[in-house]
Design a protein around this ligand. Structure first.
Ligand SMILES: *[C@@H]1O[C@H](CO)[C@@H](O)[C@H](O)[C@H]1NC(C)=O
Ligand SMILES: *[C@@H]1O[C@H](CO)[C@@H](O)[C@H](O)[C@H]1NC(C)=O
Length: 383
């Protein structure tokens, strides 16, 4: 080593340069300790994801990959699976508009009565619990440049922008274009907004839901033909909450989230008459099923299968996987409709929350009970 280097780096020289050099070194050291503390802290566990350490690449990529993560880190509530969807529709639309893949941090649904975690919403919404195979998003987060959506889109403007995007308004796409440009270098995006409660807009997110949650088509029955060449399959959802209180007293006709059972019985008769050449296979989805409630259906003397395994996703698939669905406005029923194969959903609406607005797509038709006439059953072929 040449003499002048040795001199420059000698202990004496360094000591003479104090205190500036020591302050600098202390600052660097503190920064390192701070960074590793955050890294090892429960924050990374909370995120529940593998994080890529921020190693500076030799060359910065010019275009950020379309597979960048959009992490929804806020809670998505502790309701049923269908209702949790009300809390992140904005994130679905925004992540799509920002060419990013929506993933969810760890969150569980807790059953206070039985004191157990019922299921993990993030594992379901991240596609880990559904047979979607290669469509499941990567849970890897490239954290080299993590940006917050709220820094580019104020909370107060979020709902209006998303609605504007969903109805294809020009100002909204222009505004989104501006945000997209501002966030183009972000390697990942974090969304901590958790105050959303959107009941409608399901038409706008139907594609995402199907992509993320619907089983592949080979899990599904062949589309019905006319006249039917096989038994027609019918799914009925009886919302859990509906069967708890006055349901039985009113003979299954006083419901909030399900189709009233006398209406189910009437439509089943129409189905048998019009499309029942090869029989009708009835499936009733009813959590904690109650024989007294099912007895109301039993008047039809039909054979049926009850779905009540406690496996939220498995039960959802069995309910959705039918040519015809008879449902109310329960969010679980809506979810079944959103991922259902081509066919027909008949919905009895009590409150008209707009949950079925614009959800006629992917060969799935919707008829409101108040407009229903038996000819509508022909829509079950998924035309
Ligand atoms: C339904 O679609 C129309 C046309 O795109 C749109 O204007 C409207 O906002 C949508 N409504 C909902 C609730 O999604
Ligand atoms: C349905 O009716 C049959 C005979 O009428 C009876 O044996 C059966 O227990 C009933 N099922 C339910 C769930 O009530």
């Amino acid at each position: 080593m040449p003499a002048f280097y040795a001199k420059r780096l000698s202990w004496d020289t360094l000591r003479r340069r104090t205190p500036l050099i020591w302050i600098f070194l202390a600052a660097v050291l503190s920064l390192c300790v701070f960074v590793s503390a955050v890294w090892m802290s429960p924050l990374s566990t909370y995120l529940g994801m593998r994080l890529i350490p921020s190693v500076a690449p030799l060359e910065e990529p010019k275009q950020v990959s379309a597979t960048r993560a959009y992490l929804r880190a806020g809670s998505i509530g502790t309701e049923g699976l269908g209702s949790t969807l009300h809390h992140f529709k904005h994130s679905i639309v925004l992540s799509g508009a920002l060419d990013s893949s929506l993933i969810f941090s760890w969150d569980v649904i807790y059953d206070a009565k039985h004191e157990i975690d019922v299921y993990s919403t993030s594992r379901i919404w991240n596609g880990e619990k559904s047979p979607i195979g290669s469509r499941a998003p990567s849970l890897t987060i490239d954290a080299r440049k993590t940006c917050r959506i709220s820094d580019h889109l104020p909370s107060a403007d979020r709902a209006a922008l998303v609605r504007g995007l969903c109805s294809g308004e020009e100002w909204a796409s222009e505004e989104m274009e501006r945000i997209k440009l501002a966030m183009q270098d972000c390697t990942s995006i974090v969304d901590t907004e958790y105050s959303e409660h959107t009941q409608d807009l399901n038409g706008c997110i139907m594609g995402w839901i199907r992509d993320r949650l619907a089983p592949d088509s080979h899990f599904l029955p062949s589309t019905l033909s006319l006249p039917p060449n096989r038994p027609i399959t019918v799914g009925v959802h009886v919302r859990w909450g509906d069967t708890r209180s006055d349901f039985k007293e009113y003979g299954g006709s006083n419901l909030y989230g399900s189709m009233a059972l006398p209406n189910v019985v009437r439509i089943l008769n129409d189905i048998r008459e019009r499309l029942g050449q090869h029989g009708v296979k009835l499936t009733v989805s009813m959590q904690l099923h109650d024989p007294d409630v099912l007895a109301i259906l039993n008047e039809t003397q039909l054979d049926y299968t009850v779905i009540d395994s406690g496996d939220t996703v498995g039960d959802l698939y069995k309910l959705s996987n039918n040519d015809i669905l008879l449902v109310g406005e329960s969010s679980y029923g809506v979810l079944a409709h959103l991922i259902a194969p081509p066919g027909l959903t008949i919905v009895e609406m009590q409150v008209h929350l707009g949950k079925y607005t614009n959800t006629t797509a992917f060969g799935r038709n919707v008829v409101e009970l108040e407009d229903y006439n038996p000819d509508d059953l022909l829509l079950a072929v998924g035309a």
